[in-house]
Design a protein around this ligand. Structure first.
Ligand code: MET
Ligand SMILES: [Zn+2]
Ligand SMILES: [Zn+2]
Length: 424
């Protein structure tokens, strides 16, 4: 690349990063306009779909020479998580490029990088007069960070999606601190649990059983023991991060407010705590549910519970939501080879420790692979000072160029395309 080409690539990335699409009030319209205009510059067909008003989902298309073959879906989400601006060295929507070449922005890793890299890879393929055999779709969806219900979930269930005849989905992965890229064949399902205790209120000096605080604390102790047992499996090297159940307390709510803080000599009659639980695809969910009902929020201790989010680990037929990584899934091998051809190396397939929109596609029986080409990069998603080095970003474009070329050219002579659904 010439220097000026490189700087226009970086500035397009910065332009996307500068659009404040943070939850809970993302500027979706601005993002959609930007993406559609980028799509037009690449002569892609474009469509903005509002399954829910004000939440556009942009679909771009490059038609294949054999549009009857199952297509490739290059998926990304447009929203980002909120940030504590004052704790960042550079404003999270300034997309500041520092003297070392690092680009700081919310979304630089999760996952505006990927969305723009797809486009840049297509730009390079266009310039080479590449003709895809299979149609290539790009989808830029809203609301991943709040569950994807008004984005990917609606897309996956739509007629539009059926007509797209998608054969494989690429979605986000995670940065890797070493030289290997990470690739994900499954993910943990988020269960966002709120437990609540009630009990008799009382004077702050009185020792008595069954107060709301005491009841809640017993649960917190039990949950912490379980958490430690899971964490120990990782610490001992028996399990990878995505293979255990994680539980983290994310809020505590109790006490009687007063203008100067909280009333100190009153034991409250209600206490609540929230937990972000992540469940691996093959976990015994029934036993976990029992544990919650019997140990973590037993009605015998005047406790109740509810879920703010509870994603299933299995499809309708009870099969865990996993994408095959063996020879039954040609896309995995193609990815590995294509990454290698572009000078990269894939680590061994992992379970994504958090959630992605891939679950909605895996639920349909489609193979979905989580992959963000960021090697030599600290894992900073949802963290302060999220950044991506410009050289990693540029390298990632070449990686995608290689993958998209391989995927869009893949011709299995009709052997698998009919059969690949449901086998993942
Ligand atoms: C249940 S929504 C998931 C949002 C985000 N990707 C996470 O894993 O936390
Ligand atoms: Zn993400
Ligand atoms: Zn995220």
């Amino acid at each position: 690349e010439s220097e000026s080409e490189e700087s226009s690539i970086i500035s397009r990335f910065q332009q996307y990063l500068k659009i404040d699409t943070a939850q809970p009030s993302p500027r979706y319209k601005e993002a959609a306009e930007f993406l559609i205009s980028e799509g037009k510059r690449l002569s892609l067909e474009s469509q903005s779909i509002e399954f829910v008003e004000g939440k556009p989902l942009v679909v771009l298309k490059w038609e294949g020479t054999n549009p009857h073959l199952p297509s490739i879906l290059l998926y990304s989400h447009t929203d980002v998580v909120p940030s504590e601006h004052s704790k960042w060295t550079h404003h999270p929507f300034s997309a500041h490029l520092d003297s070392q070449g690092r680009i700081f922005a919310r979304g630089s890793q999760d996952m505006k990088c990927v969305g723009m890299q797809y486009l840049e890879a297509l730009r390079r393929l266009r310039a080479q007069n590449f003709r895809p055999l299979r149609s290539i779709y790009l989808a830029f969806a809203p609301d991943e960070e709040i569950g994807g219900h008004d984005g990917a979930e609606k897309l996956a269930q739509s007629e539009i999606f059926q007509r797209m005849n998608v054969g494989v989905v690429l979605d986000e992965g995670l940065a890797s601190p070493d030289a290997h890229y990470r690739a994900f064949y499954a993910e943990r399902s988020p269960w966002w649990l709120v437990i609540k205790a009630v009990g008799a209120p009382g004077h702050g000096s009185k020792l008595y059983d069954n107060s709301a605080m005491e009841n809640l604390l017993k649960s917190i102790e039990a949950i912490r023991r379980f958490r430690a047992s899971q964490f120990d499996l990782i610490k001992a090297g028996f399990k990878a991060e995505g293979e255990v159940v994680s539980v983290n307390m994310v809020f505590l709510k109790a006490g009687t407010p007063s203008p100067t803080g909280f009333v100190m000599n009153l034991q409250p009659s209600e206490a609540e705590a929230g937990f972000d639980i992540r469940v691996p695809p093959t976990a015994d969910t029934e036993s976990l549910e029992r544990r919650i009902a019997e140990e973590w929020a037993p009605s015998s201790r005047n406790m109740s519970f509810s879920f703010k989010q509870k994603a299933s680990t299995r499809n309708k037929s009870g099969k865990p939501l996993l994408t095959k990584t063996d020879s039954s899934n040609p896309w995995w091998n193609l990815l590995e080879n294509a990454v290698e051809m572009a000078g990269g190396k894939l680590g061994k397939p992992e379970v994504f420790p958090a959630a992605t929109d891939s679950r909605y596609f895996r639920d349909l029986g489609l193979p979905a692979i989580g992959f963000s080409p960021m090697a030599n990069t600290p894992l900073l998603l949802h963290d302060h000072n999220e950044f991506l080095h410009k050289d990693e970003y540029l390298k990632g474009i070449e990686i995608y160029e290689s993958i998209i070329k391989a995927y869009a050219s893949f011709n299995d002579h009709g052997r698998r395309d009919g059969a690949s659904k449901d086998e993942l």
